[in-house]
Design a protein around this ligand. Sequence first.
Ligand code: SF4
Length: 478
Amino acid sequence: MAVIQESRMGDHPNEECGIVGVYAPHEDVASMAFYGLYALQHRGQEAAGIAVSDGQTVRLHKDAGLVSQVFNAQNLAPLQGHYAIGHTRYSTTGSSSNRNAQPFMIETEHGPLVIAHNGNLVNAAELRRELLHKGVGLSSSSDSEVMIMMLAGAEGEGWIERIRNCMPKWCGAYSMVILTRRCVFAVRDPWGFRPLSVGMLPSEGHVVASETGALRTLGCVAIREVNPGEVIALSNHALSVWQAVPPAARLARCVFEHVYFSRPDSFWDGLSVHQVRQRLGEQLANEAPVTADVVIPVPDSSIPAAIGYARAAGIPYNDGFIKNRYIGRTFIEPTDSLRKQGVALKFNAIEENVRDKNLVVIDDSIVRGNTSGPLLRLLRQAGARQIHLRITCPPIIHPCFMGVDMGTYEELIAHRMSVEEIRQHIGCDSLHYLSLAGMMSAIGRSEGYCDACYTGDYPLQVNFKSTKTGFEKVMSET
Ligand code: SF4
């Protein structure tokens, strides 16, 4: 069997998944799900899948790779129907093997059941043990499979009741789409960790997606969030909405969606991500001013913040890097000589814009600290004089257990090193992070967000053994 190794170049945390659900009786729902996933590709580049129901039969196609690599006209053609769900994956719980690719589909006594899940349950290991003790067989190491098996065996007259009965047992982050023969359900956890919004199509039908940017891509109007604790059914010209469980007393939207994950043209918590990022840059200019010739972003996610910093500081903005926009996730392992090129495979410095200049470089985060140094070296090699690095959030010093790929203390550079040590490690003339208060003031909210990776103040009880691979260790222990 061929062994596929991933080539990962970059130091940003990886979002775990993008999901989409479609009910559109007069449309090619498989194509709509494809383009929805295509718009969510930044949320996961490891595997993709689409399941479609025509009211009787459910058909599924999924595989490892980018959305455009997994699907073509031939394998989309058989996916005929009125209802579809799709998933693009970056693994958080469970390894990156194909058996964890989603959507998951099983046959139940109530008919076919398919789910696509974004997030991470913090009590997945306990739930998994309970299922195994009941004699339920599991074929993957994904918490999403635990959820589908619980749904299949849940008490209740219909799917709404079964979903309702499961939700209080699921502790953690889950924005989810569920496909049955004649319905797409959208489900969001009571804390509201991960985004999920629903939009109306100009023709009959609705679409639900991880980000509003994907809904706009599909031409949706009248977009609203799936609120924390809600279940919404897409099966008719009107949406059916249930508050299945009460919203948590302490809501916990992931603040990192604003800082890095979401597309800048999306709205999160009703706020334009692009505008929030500009304000993060402005706030950073106020907190950490410096005399310089030009402000440059690390593309792409830091561009709005660099615009904000430049505007507030009165320093010209310009490009310092060109990013190969099509590199994505590659499954071709670079040769040794190419590996030495490191970030140069992904970025080139624009010498004319940086030579003999003092630079302010804006980046959104430093997680493991393995790309900032090489990136800044590209600027030095291009003739930059001074480099002042500014980060649009506080240092990340605690792991995330709610579905973002930074699951251990050891991997976080800011947990191991002081800011001054990080500055020396990556080789810049000055380094400043935005303060927590500054970040929240730029967002414009004082509560309702999870900030645990900065503060260690988790909105729910977490088991520190529940790392990404810890779940698999539990699997082998049971
Ligand atoms: S710990 Fe950080 S990355 Fe994880 S959900 Fe909370 S804010 Fe988001």
